[in-house]
Write a protein of this length. Structure first.
Length: 584
């Protein structure tokens, strides 16, 4: 170890200057890191950007540490005592994730992120130049200074890109808050990793749309609906108008509900014209055996959908969110706009559900809308009838495990499609810290709901209501991936399906851990479909739970004290009816 006082003093002074430089600039990226940790919950490219930012913060610390190690070693070589190396805190203080199913982002927070990155770019440019000069002066490796320069360039480039995207998004979607899906896949699109399917859809590639819809139905990509929503908002008016005329385009989850309705109604009209032409072409042609009958049956189904879409006095205009004539058919109709609703309710039916039997379930959704609206306190309600899967049917398919009501395979496929649909509701909804999502699963549809809940733990809905359930595939409500206090079970007395416990534990048992929805009882032949009976305790309590008014649930009439004849469990009101017709 050589003792060179002048060189030793110069190295020690250089160390002190770089230590001061590090003290001033090692936190240059911390404000941006804190902002991103607070908003990475939006998904899409935001978590990747946050992770990248955290890595670059670590690189900043490593660069200062490497420079100080070099200068410390130089001072020691010249006979000075080893100066103490400053410690840099490893984690940056982070805020918690934002709550709420439809929570948006305040654009001012994103503006603050852009400002923080811009400032970091400016200060790190100067710091990098100074650090490189110090190291060069003493003949030391200059890569720590170059690292600061690279970090400065990255911060400035990202700030400019974010500023451009934010300006464009605010022009397209003005409002006090930025929808999470637009932040995830628009603002942070450079880190979102979106594929090429949407670009191919724009170019008119029908195969790309088919592939996109298949990916959607698989439910494997929770971020797909968010990408669709951000992509839609990035399109010009003329391009959107053209896409609304593309067959099946309105089936894409993540599109605004109004756009889906427009696209599906145009497709419905086009299908009517096509089937009418087919009927004309096949009429009287013996070589096209059955062609006319098939086209006529499909046209009848379309006319049924059209009839159901007629306005009903006292209800909001129905929105056609999806339909399909293939196989059993599909139909998704909303009473009220789910994109602006304060409470959105999705009803999922099961055994025997198909396009031809939709009338009853649509009527049930209207009953839910009316009942929930009565006690909503002015909040906007949207109720959705969701026929988005091939439910088991009372035919020879009962012997096919992939389609049988005795198997959970149809529910697994339906659960994936339901999860994807709910992703779309979240992606398209306007930002809100108070809006709620409720799912009502009835009969085999409760099993479908259970599978969807496990695919999106904690994110499928704020409340699950299971009525007439044969089981949901788990033994405890907590296994559905949500707070058991937000899982409700209603079982009408005499409901034979609710007593099955076919798929996992019986949800009606106390050991299942769900909350009890009081519903009452009726004749066993009617019990399974009695939950929506007008003015019934079950319907009134459904409305209360939908609105989160748990303290206002009512109890059904107690029939146990009334003398009854024959089998009271079969006809609990039989004695009352006999009293009404018996002469006094």
């Amino acid at each position: 170890m050589a003792d060179h006082p002048a060189a030793s003093a110069a190295a020690t002074q250089a160390f002190a200057r770089v230590a001061a430089l590090a003290a001033d600039h090692h936190t240059a990226l911390d404000p941006a890191v804190r902002l991103m940790h607070a908003h990475a919950w939006v998904g899409g490219g935001a978590p990747a950007f946050a992770a990248d930012l955290t890595r670059r913060r670590a690189a900043l610390h490593a660069a200062f540490t490497a420079a100080l190690h070099s200068l410390s070693a130089l001072a020691v070589r010249h006979g000075a005592p080893a100066p103490a190396l400053p410690a840099f805190p490893t984690p940056a203080p982070a805020l918690g994730p934002a709550p709420g199913s439809f929570q948006g982002i305040d654009p001012r927070a994103m503006t603050a992120l852009i400002t923080a990155l811009t400032r970091a770019g400016d200060t790190l440019t100067t710091a990098g130049t100074r650090l490189t000069t110090e190291l060069t002066t003493h003949g030391l490796p200059t890569h720590p200074g170059h690292t600061l320069g690279h970090l400065a360039t990255w911060a400035t480039t990202e700030a400019d890109a974010l500023r451009r995207r934010l300006t464009l998004i605010q022009q397209q979607v003005p409002g006090a808050e930025l929808p999470a899906s637009l932040a995830a896949h628009g603002l942070f699109s450079g880190h979102a990793g979106a594929g090429t399917l949407l670009s191919r859809v724009v170019s008119g590639d029908s195969a790309a749309l088919t592939e996109l819809l298949a990916t959607q139905e698989s439910g494997r990509d929770p971020a797909l609906a968010g990408r669709v929503n951000a992509w839609w908002h990035s399109l010009s008016h003329d391009l959107r108008e053209r896409l609304l005329g593309v067959a099946r385009f309105g089936l894409l989850n993540g599109l605004p509900a109004i756009a889906r309705d427009q696209a599906n109604r145009r497709w419905l009209s086009a299908e009517k014209e096509r089937l009418t032409r087919e009927m004309t072409a096949t009429a009287g042609n013996p070589l096209l055996l059955g062609g006319w009958e098939k086209a006529a049956n499909q046209l009848r189904r379309l006319e049924f959908v059209e009839k159901e879409l007629r306005p009903h006095p006292g209800y909001p205009p129905p929105l056609l969110l999806g339909f399909d004539l293939a196989a059993q058919g599909r139909l998704i109709v909303s009473w009220g706009d789910p994109d602006i609703a304060d409470v959105t309710v999705t009803s999922v039916s099961g055994f025997t559900t198909n396009l031809d039997t939709a009338h009853g379930d649509l009527r049930q959704s209207r009953a839910l809308w009316l009942q929930a609206t009565k006690t909503s306190g002015g909040r906007r309600i949207a109720t959705i009838t969701w026929y988005g899967y091939d439910a088991p049917q009372p035919d020879l398919s009962v012997f096919n495990p992939s389609r049988s009501v005795a198997s959970d395979q149809p529910a697994r496929r339906g659960g994936a499609a339901l999860a994807a649909f709910q992703d779309g509701l979240h992606a398209a909804h306007l930002p809100s810290g108070t809006a709620r999502v409720v799912i009502v699963g009835h009969s085999y549809g409760s099993l479908t709901t259970g599978h969807a809940a496990r695919l999106r733990p904690g994110r499928l809905a704020d409340e699950l209501i299971l009525v007439g359930s044969p089981g949901v595939g788990v033994d405890h409500a907590a296994h559905l991936g949500m707070d058991p206090r937000r899982v409700w079970v209603g079982e009408a007395g005499g409901d034979p399906v609710a007593a099955l416990g076919r798929f996992g534990a019986d949800p009606g048992n106390d050991s299942f851990g769900a909350r009890r929805l009081p519903v009452g009882r009726t004749v066993w032949t009617e019990a399974h479909s009695s939950y929506w009976d007008r003015d019934s305790p079950s319907l009134r309590n459904l409305g209360r739970v939908i609105n989160g008014q748990y303290d206002k649930l009512i109890s059904p009439p107690d029939l146990t004290g009334t003398p009854q004849l024959l089998a009271p469990q079969i006809a609990p009101d039989l004695a009352l009816r006999l009293q009404q017709v018996t002469p006094r």
